[in-house]
Design a protein around this ligand. Structure first.
Ligand SMILES: Nc1c(NC[C@H](O)[C@H](O)[C@H](O)CO)[nH]c(=O)[nH]c1=O
Ligand SMILES: CC(=O)[C@@H](O)COP(=O)(O)O
Length: 175
């Protein structure tokens, strides 16, 4: 594979909601918002295509990727504690951010901590938490993975579509 052949997206699962009303949490960063925002939209679009109702998609924002796991944990546990017929717990969550390598080791430390803690939150809460954090060496790499690449003939693939599909599939596994 030559050049920066980026991931074209996972083969979509053949999941069907079959009447289930899923409630999905999206936590996204404000860092690199010009790339994060299309990823959030791609995730929401995928969730809607799979039959999730828009009022069952809760979207919250945090400063940066390092804050994603803590916010997801607090919001998931809060929903579990305050669970009611009108406000059921979340069936899945998606943490969305974009890390772009700078000139120090900051990138590596945040990427490692964020990835490990997002995994931990999912395991500890028993709510699937999808890892929607791009860890890129250049801005163009990130833009291509948000479907907004500078190449007018190939803008890339919006990974939000994969994350939304994964959230639905993993949520149904929990039912
Ligand atoms: N450089 C990037 C950051 N850095 C900020 C941290 O995530 C965090 O908000 C700060 O260290 C305060 O705890 N965040 C990103 O999401 N993307 C970056 O490229
Ligand atoms: C991912 C980061 O924290 C990075 O953008 C910060 O840049 P730098 O390493 O040049 O401080």
């Amino acid at each position: 594979m030559g050049g920066d052949d980026f991931h074209k997206g996972v083969k979509e699962p053949s999941v069907k909601l079959n009447g289930y009303r899923l409630r999905i949490l999206i936590v996204h960063t404000r860092w690199n918002s010009e790339i994060v925002d299309p990823l959030v939209e791609g995730t929401i679009t995928a969730l809607l295509q799979y039959g999730v109702q828009r009022d069952n998609i809760v979207v919250k924002d945090v400063p940066g990727a390092f804050e994603l796991p803590g916010a997801a944990q607090r919001l998931i546990k809060q929903a579990q504690y305050l669970s009611s017929a009108d406000s059921p717990p979340f069936n899945a969550a998606v943490c969305i951010g974009v890390l772009i390598k700078g000139s120090t080791m900051h990138f590596e430390y945040i990427a490692d901590a964020t990835a490990n803690d997002i995994m931990r939150v999912g395991l500890e809460t028993d709510v699937p938490v999808i890892f929607g954090v791009l860890t890129c060496l250049t801005e163009e790499q990130a833009m291509q993975r948000a479907g907004i690449g500078r190449n007018e003939y190939d803008r890339g693939h919006n990974h939000g579509a994969d994350w939304g599909a994964a959230a639905v599939e993993m949520a149904l596994l929990q039912l």
